[in-house]
Write a protein that binds this ligand. Structure first.
Ligand SMILES: Cc1cc2nc3c(=O)[nH]c(=O)nc-3n(C[C@H](O)[C@H](O)[C@H](O)COP(=O)(O)OP(=O)(O)OC[C@H]3O[C@@H](n4cnc5c(N)ncnc54)[C@H](O)[C@@H]3O)c2cc1C
Length: 290
Protein backbone atom coordinates (compact mmCIF):
# COMPACT_ATOMS: atom_id res chain seq x y z
CA UNK A 1 0.00 0.00 0.00
CA UNK A 2 1.26 3.50 -0.81
CA UNK A 3 2.69 5.53 2.09
CA UNK A 4 0.12 8.14 3.24
CA UNK A 5 2.04 11.37 2.59
CA UNK A 6 0.05 13.35 5.19
CA UNK A 7 1.83 11.39 7.96
CA UNK A 8 5.28 12.54 6.89
CA UNK A 9 7.24 15.55 8.17
CA UNK A 10 8.84 17.80 5.57
CA UNK A 11 11.37 20.40 6.70
CA UNK A 12 11.98 23.21 4.22
CA UNK A 13 15.10 25.23 5.04
CA UNK A 14 15.69 28.54 3.26
CA UNK A 15 19.50 28.51 3.42
CA UNK A 16 22.30 25.97 3.20
CA UNK A 17 23.41 26.78 6.75
CA UNK A 18 19.85 26.31 7.98
CA UNK A 19 19.68 22.94 6.20
CA UNK A 20 22.99 21.78 7.70
CA UNK A 21 21.85 22.82 11.18
CA UNK A 22 18.59 20.86 10.79
CA UNK A 23 20.57 17.84 9.57
CA UNK A 24 22.80 17.96 12.66
CA UNK A 25 20.25 18.94 15.33
CA UNK A 26 16.96 17.51 14.11
CA UNK A 27 18.10 14.32 12.38
CA UNK A 28 17.89 11.66 11.29
CA UNK A 29 16.39 13.26 8.17
CA UNK A 30 16.18 11.95 4.62
CA UNK A 31 17.34 14.50 2.03
CA UNK A 32 14.86 15.07 -0.76
CA UNK A 33 15.88 16.63 -4.11
CA UNK A 34 13.81 15.80 -7.22
CA UNK A 35 12.15 12.89 -5.34
CA UNK A 36 12.16 10.62 -8.41
CA UNK A 37 13.99 7.82 -6.58
CA UNK A 38 12.34 8.41 -3.21
CA UNK A 39 8.86 8.52 -4.70
CA UNK A 40 9.16 4.88 -5.77
CA UNK A 41 9.45 3.97 -2.05
CA UNK A 42 6.37 6.06 -1.20
CA UNK A 43 4.41 4.55 -4.05
CA UNK A 44 5.11 0.95 -3.05
CA UNK A 45 4.87 1.67 0.67
CA UNK A 46 8.44 0.48 1.29
CA UNK A 47 9.67 3.82 2.67
CA UNK A 48 10.06 3.44 6.44
CA UNK A 49 11.47 6.91 7.19
CA UNK A 50 9.03 9.62 8.27
CA UNK A 51 11.09 12.83 8.29
CA UNK A 52 12.45 14.58 5.22
CA UNK A 53 14.50 17.66 4.43
CA UNK A 54 13.59 19.37 1.16
CA UNK A 55 16.64 20.73 -0.71
CA UNK A 56 14.66 22.50 -3.44
CA UNK A 57 14.79 25.93 -1.80
CA UNK A 58 18.60 26.01 -1.56
CA UNK A 59 20.03 28.31 -4.21
CA UNK A 60 23.57 27.37 -3.16
CA UNK A 61 23.02 23.91 -4.69
CA UNK A 62 21.92 25.26 -8.08
CA UNK A 63 23.80 26.37 -11.18
CA UNK A 64 26.36 25.08 -13.64
CA UNK A 65 29.48 27.24 -13.93
CA UNK A 66 33.24 27.35 -14.48
CA UNK A 67 35.75 28.02 -11.76
CA UNK A 68 39.04 28.45 -13.62
CA UNK A 69 39.38 25.27 -15.66
CA UNK A 70 37.00 23.30 -13.41
CA UNK A 71 33.37 22.65 -14.34
CA UNK A 72 31.25 23.05 -11.20
CA UNK A 73 27.78 21.47 -11.30
CA UNK A 74 25.42 22.22 -8.40
CA UNK A 75 23.92 19.03 -6.97
CA UNK A 76 20.37 20.21 -7.80
CA UNK A 77 21.17 20.47 -11.54
CA UNK A 78 18.49 18.48 -13.34
CA UNK A 79 19.05 16.30 -16.38
CA UNK A 80 17.13 18.83 -18.49
CA UNK A 81 19.55 21.56 -17.32
CA UNK A 82 22.57 19.36 -18.06
CA UNK A 83 21.26 18.62 -21.55
CA UNK A 84 20.64 22.34 -22.23
CA UNK A 85 23.90 23.64 -20.73
CA UNK A 86 26.39 24.92 -23.36
CA UNK A 87 29.18 24.47 -20.78
CA UNK A 88 28.35 20.80 -20.22
CA UNK A 89 27.89 20.16 -23.94
CA UNK A 90 31.26 21.68 -24.71
CA UNK A 91 33.30 20.38 -21.77
CA UNK A 92 31.64 17.07 -20.95
CA UNK A 93 29.32 16.10 -23.82
CA UNK A 94 28.97 12.55 -22.49
CA UNK A 95 27.20 13.93 -19.40
CA UNK A 96 24.61 15.63 -21.62
CA UNK A 97 24.36 12.40 -23.63
CA UNK A 98 23.90 10.23 -20.51
CA UNK A 99 21.21 12.66 -19.28
CA UNK A 100 19.27 12.26 -22.55
CA UNK A 101 19.02 8.53 -21.84
CA UNK A 102 17.64 8.92 -18.31
CA UNK A 103 13.99 7.89 -17.87
CA UNK A 104 11.75 10.23 -19.84
CA UNK A 105 11.34 14.02 -20.18
CA UNK A 106 9.32 14.04 -16.94
CA UNK A 107 12.15 12.37 -15.00
CA UNK A 108 14.73 14.57 -16.75
CA UNK A 109 12.86 17.67 -15.59
CA UNK A 110 12.87 16.64 -11.91
CA UNK A 111 15.73 14.19 -11.34
CA UNK A 112 19.04 15.70 -10.24
CA UNK A 113 22.70 14.84 -10.65
CA UNK A 114 23.19 14.94 -6.86
CA UNK A 115 20.30 12.49 -6.42
CA UNK A 116 21.79 10.09 -8.98
CA UNK A 117 25.17 10.18 -7.22
CA UNK A 118 23.76 9.91 -3.66
CA UNK A 119 21.29 7.17 -4.55
CA UNK A 120 24.36 5.02 -5.28
CA UNK A 121 22.68 2.57 -7.63
CA UNK A 122 25.22 0.60 -9.67
CA UNK A 123 22.94 1.32 -12.65
CA UNK A 124 22.98 5.14 -12.30
CA UNK A 125 23.56 6.43 -15.83
CA UNK A 126 25.70 9.46 -14.98
CA UNK A 127 28.07 7.55 -12.72
CA UNK A 128 30.39 6.03 -15.38
CA UNK A 129 30.71 9.54 -16.86
CA UNK A 130 31.80 10.98 -13.51
CA UNK A 131 34.19 8.03 -13.03
CA UNK A 132 36.05 8.53 -16.34
CA UNK A 133 36.14 12.29 -15.97
CA UNK A 134 37.74 11.85 -12.52
CA UNK A 135 35.19 14.11 -10.90
CA UNK A 136 35.16 15.20 -7.27
CA UNK A 137 32.12 15.05 -4.98
CA UNK A 138 31.89 18.16 -2.79
CA UNK A 139 30.30 17.38 0.59
CA UNK A 140 29.29 19.97 3.16
CA UNK A 141 28.38 19.73 6.87
CA UNK A 142 28.47 22.28 9.69
CA UNK A 143 32.09 21.15 10.23
CA UNK A 144 33.03 22.44 6.77
CA UNK A 145 33.57 21.11 3.27
CA UNK A 146 35.38 18.01 2.10
CA UNK A 147 36.20 16.94 -1.44
CA UNK A 148 36.02 13.24 -2.18
CA UNK A 149 37.48 11.85 -5.43
CA UNK A 150 34.65 10.10 -7.27
CA UNK A 151 36.69 6.87 -7.30
CA UNK A 152 36.59 6.77 -3.47
CA UNK A 153 32.97 7.85 -2.97
CA UNK A 154 31.35 4.39 -3.08
CA UNK A 155 32.34 1.79 -0.52
CA UNK A 156 29.99 -1.05 -1.50
CA UNK A 157 26.52 -1.80 -2.86
CA UNK A 158 24.42 1.35 -2.20
CA UNK A 159 27.08 2.51 0.30
CA UNK A 160 28.98 5.81 0.22
CA UNK A 161 31.42 7.70 2.45
CA UNK A 162 28.77 10.41 3.06
CA UNK A 163 27.92 10.98 6.76
CA UNK A 164 24.30 11.56 7.96
CA UNK A 165 25.12 15.23 8.72
CA UNK A 166 26.50 15.88 5.20
CA UNK A 167 24.98 16.66 1.85
CA UNK A 168 26.36 16.91 -1.67
CA UNK A 169 26.66 20.55 -2.69
CA UNK A 170 28.33 20.08 -6.07
CA UNK A 171 30.21 17.85 -8.45
CA UNK A 172 33.46 19.26 -9.84
CA UNK A 173 34.91 18.05 -13.11
CA UNK A 174 38.44 18.85 -14.33
CA UNK A 175 39.13 19.30 -18.07
CA UNK A 176 38.93 15.96 -19.88
CA UNK A 177 41.64 15.36 -22.51
CA UNK A 178 40.69 12.90 -25.24
CA UNK A 179 37.61 11.76 -27.16
CA UNK A 180 34.61 11.04 -24.98
CA UNK A 181 32.25 8.15 -25.64
CA UNK A 182 29.03 6.90 -23.93
CA UNK A 183 26.56 4.05 -24.51
CA UNK A 184 23.62 2.68 -22.54
CA UNK A 185 22.10 -0.74 -23.22
CA UNK A 186 18.59 -1.24 -21.83
CA UNK A 187 15.40 -3.04 -22.78
CA UNK A 188 14.16 -0.05 -24.77
CA UNK A 189 15.11 3.53 -25.60
CA UNK A 190 13.23 5.27 -22.75
CA UNK A 191 12.21 4.39 -19.18
CA UNK A 192 14.74 1.55 -19.02
CA UNK A 193 17.24 0.85 -16.29
CA UNK A 194 20.62 -0.03 -17.77
CA UNK A 195 21.63 -3.64 -18.34
CA UNK A 196 25.09 -2.22 -19.06
CA UNK A 197 26.16 1.42 -19.22
CA UNK A 198 29.63 2.55 -20.25
CA UNK A 199 31.58 5.78 -20.55
CA UNK A 200 35.08 6.02 -21.93
CA UNK A 201 37.76 8.49 -22.94
CA UNK A 202 40.16 7.71 -25.79
CA UNK A 203 43.53 9.07 -24.82
CA UNK A 204 47.07 7.60 -24.78
CA UNK A 205 45.99 6.01 -21.48
CA UNK A 206 42.30 5.27 -22.14
CA UNK A 207 39.78 5.56 -19.30
CA UNK A 208 36.81 3.20 -19.15
CA UNK A 209 34.01 2.87 -16.56
CA UNK A 210 30.92 0.66 -16.49
CA UNK A 211 27.67 0.49 -14.58
CA UNK A 212 25.39 -2.52 -13.82
CA UNK A 213 28.32 -4.95 -13.92
CA UNK A 214 29.42 -4.86 -10.25
CA UNK A 215 28.07 -3.75 -6.84
CA UNK A 216 29.15 -0.17 -7.65
CA UNK A 217 30.07 1.71 -10.79
CA UNK A 218 33.62 0.59 -11.71
CA UNK A 219 36.69 1.77 -13.58
CA UNK A 220 38.51 -1.17 -15.19
CA UNK A 221 42.22 -0.41 -14.64
CA UNK A 222 43.50 -3.78 -15.91
CA UNK A 223 41.63 -3.38 -19.18
CA UNK A 224 42.80 0.22 -19.49
CA UNK A 225 46.41 -0.92 -18.95
CA UNK A 226 46.21 -3.53 -21.73
CA UNK A 227 45.00 -0.90 -24.22
CA UNK A 228 47.49 1.73 -23.01
CA UNK A 229 50.32 -0.79 -23.36
CA UNK A 230 49.49 -1.55 -27.01
CA UNK A 231 47.72 -4.89 -26.38
CA UNK A 232 45.16 -6.08 -28.90
CA UNK A 233 41.45 -5.40 -28.60
CA UNK A 234 40.86 -9.15 -28.17
CA UNK A 235 43.28 -9.21 -25.22
CA UNK A 236 41.54 -6.20 -23.68
CA UNK A 237 38.11 -7.82 -24.15
CA UNK A 238 39.27 -11.01 -22.40
CA UNK A 239 40.64 -9.00 -19.47
CA UNK A 240 37.46 -6.90 -19.27
CA UNK A 241 35.22 -9.98 -19.09
CA UNK A 242 37.35 -11.25 -16.21
CA UNK A 243 37.60 -7.85 -14.47
CA UNK A 244 33.87 -7.07 -14.12
CA UNK A 245 31.57 -8.95 -11.70
CA UNK A 246 28.05 -8.86 -13.16
CA UNK A 247 25.20 -10.83 -11.63
CA UNK A 248 22.00 -12.45 -12.88
CA UNK A 249 18.99 -10.33 -11.91
CA UNK A 250 15.54 -9.25 -13.09
CA UNK A 251 16.94 -7.21 -15.96
CA UNK A 252 19.60 -9.48 -17.41
CA UNK A 253 22.13 -12.28 -16.90
CA UNK A 254 25.78 -12.13 -15.94
CA UNK A 255 26.80 -13.88 -19.17
CA UNK A 256 24.89 -11.38 -21.32
CA UNK A 257 26.38 -8.43 -19.45
CA UNK A 258 29.93 -9.80 -19.91
CA UNK A 259 29.40 -10.31 -23.65
CA UNK A 260 27.77 -6.91 -24.14
CA UNK A 261 30.52 -5.17 -22.17
CA UNK A 262 33.15 -6.72 -24.45
CA UNK A 263 31.15 -5.70 -27.53
CA UNK A 264 30.83 -2.15 -26.23
CA UNK A 265 34.57 -2.01 -25.67
CA UNK A 266 35.09 -2.94 -29.33
CA UNK A 267 32.57 -0.32 -30.42
CA UNK A 268 34.33 2.34 -28.34
CA UNK A 269 37.70 1.40 -29.85
CA UNK A 270 36.36 1.42 -33.43
CA UNK A 271 34.46 4.70 -33.00
CA UNK A 272 37.38 6.67 -31.57
CA UNK A 273 40.53 6.06 -33.61
CA UNK A 274 43.41 8.18 -32.38
CA UNK A 275 43.85 11.00 -34.85
CA UNK A 276 47.53 10.76 -35.67
CA UNK A 277 48.95 13.69 -37.62
CA UNK A 278 51.40 12.67 -40.34
CA UNK A 279 54.89 14.07 -39.73
CA UNK A 280 55.45 17.22 -41.82
CA UNK A 281 58.10 15.61 -44.02
CA UNK A 282 55.79 12.71 -44.95
CA UNK A 283 52.88 15.04 -45.60
CA UNK A 284 54.94 17.26 -47.86
CA UNK A 285 56.41 14.23 -49.67
CA UNK A 286 52.86 12.97 -50.30
CA UNK A 287 51.83 16.40 -51.56
CA UNK A 288 54.87 16.50 -53.82
CA UNK A 289 54.13 13.05 -55.21
CA UNK A 290 50.43 13.89 -55.70
C1 LIG B 1 10.38 6.22 -13.94
C2 LIG B 1 11.83 6.40 -13.52
C3 LIG B 1 12.82 6.24 -14.48
C4 LIG B 1 14.17 6.39 -14.12
N1 LIG B 1 15.12 6.22 -15.08
C5 LIG B 1 16.43 6.34 -14.75
C6 LIG B 1 17.44 6.14 -15.72
O1 LIG B 1 17.17 5.87 -16.90
N2 LIG B 1 18.74 6.25 -15.33
C7 LIG B 1 19.08 6.55 -14.04
O2 LIG B 1 20.27 6.67 -13.74
N3 LIG B 1 18.14 6.77 -13.09
C8 LIG B 1 16.83 6.66 -13.41
N4 LIG B 1 15.86 6.84 -12.46
C9 LIG B 1 16.27 7.14 -11.08
C10 LIG B 1 16.26 8.64 -10.68
O3 LIG B 1 15.45 9.40 -11.54
C11 LIG B 1 17.68 9.24 -10.68
O4 LIG B 1 18.54 8.49 -9.84
C12 LIG B 1 17.66 10.71 -10.22
O5 LIG B 1 18.86 11.32 -10.59
C13 LIG B 1 17.46 10.87 -8.71
O6 LIG B 1 17.51 12.26 -8.42
P1 LIG B 1 16.42 12.97 -7.49
O7 LIG B 1 16.81 14.39 -7.41
O8 LIG B 1 15.05 12.68 -7.95
O9 LIG B 1 16.73 12.21 -6.12
P2 LIG B 1 15.77 11.96 -4.87
O10 LIG B 1 14.76 10.90 -5.20
O11 LIG B 1 15.27 13.23 -4.30
O12 LIG B 1 16.86 11.34 -3.87
C14 LIG B 1 17.55 10.14 -4.18
C15 LIG B 1 18.53 9.82 -3.04
O13 LIG B 1 19.59 10.76 -3.03
C16 LIG B 1 19.64 11.48 -1.79
N5 LIG B 1 19.99 12.85 -2.14
C17 LIG B 1 19.41 13.63 -3.08
N6 LIG B 1 20.07 14.79 -3.23
C18 LIG B 1 21.10 14.76 -2.36
C19 LIG B 1 22.17 15.67 -2.04
N7 LIG B 1 22.31 16.85 -2.67
N8 LIG B 1 23.07 15.29 -1.11
C20 LIG B 1 22.98 14.09 -0.50
N9 LIG B 1 22.01 13.19 -0.75
C21 LIG B 1 21.07 13.52 -1.67
C22 LIG B 1 18.26 11.29 -1.18
O14 LIG B 1 18.28 11.36 0.23
C23 LIG B 1 17.91 9.90 -1.66
O15 LIG B 1 18.53 8.92 -0.86
C24 LIG B 1 14.51 6.70 -12.78
C25 LIG B 1 13.49 6.87 -11.81
C26 LIG B 1 12.16 6.72 -12.18
C27 LIG B 1 11.10 6.90 -11.15
Amino acid sequence: MATPLSRLDLLRPRSLDGALRMLRDEGPLVLLAGCTDLYVGFHFGTMREQRFLDLQGLRALRGIRRRGETLVIGSLATYAELIASPLVRRRLPILAEASRWVGSPQIQNRGTLGGNVANASPAGDTLPVLAVSEATVVLRSLDGERRVPFGSFYTGYRQTVMRPDELIVAIEVPPVEGRQWFRKVGTRAAQAISKVVIAAVRAPHPRIALGSVAPTVVRVPRTEAVLAGGGTLAQAQAVLMDEIQPIDDLRSTAAYRRRVSANLLAQFWDDTPLQLRAPLSLASTAAAEG
